[in-house]
Ligand binder design. Structure first.
Ligand code: FES
Length: 142
């Protein structure tokens, strides 16, 4: 059995859906945006860290989204799902995406991995907050 097949089999047994497995294995949206509108790195209570990079248009629509993580398969599947879900959405729409929406998009991941979904959502929330602060600061009359 190849290493990839062994990993797939283990992930399937652990409760990952095919979609979640594919996100993890294909590393969907894993990477950086060289000159992002904003980026933010956040460490969750489990000690894992995710950094989200966003390219945002002047209409507040998210044109591109990527992420890096030091974390588990759940973190990578959640990061891929969330970055896929927010492309083409406004900041307001993106901020409304919650853990249940991400879980539904993924299909299924092990129940113990809900905090990995939280890590992705919280990192996005903080990146959006930082972007709003950055925009506000740059438009203030000095
Ligand atoms: Fe920390 Fe999954 S165990 S993000």
């Amino acid at each position: 059995m190849s290493k990839m097949t062994e990993m797939e089999s283990l992930m399937r047994k652990s409760g990952y859906s095919e979609k979640a497995m594919n996100y993890y294995i294909q590393k969907v949206n894993v990477g950086e945006i060289s000159e992002p509108s904003v980026s933010f790195a956040y460490t969750g209570p489990c000690g894992d860290t995710m950094e989200i990079f966003l390219e945002i248009g002047s209409d507040n629509v998210i044109r591109d989204a990527k992420f890096q993580a030091i974390g588990c398969a759940g973190a990578f599947a959640s990061g891929s799902a969330l970055t896929e879900m927010i492309k083409g959405k406004t900041l307001v729409q993106a901020k409304k995406i919650d853990e249940d929406n991400i879980m539904n998009h993924l299909g299924h991941i092990p129940a113990q991995k809900i905090h990995c979904v939280c890590l992705a959502r919280r990192t996005l929330e903080k990146a959006i907050e930082r972007y709003k602060t950055k925009i506000k600061d740059s438009t203030e009359i000095k």
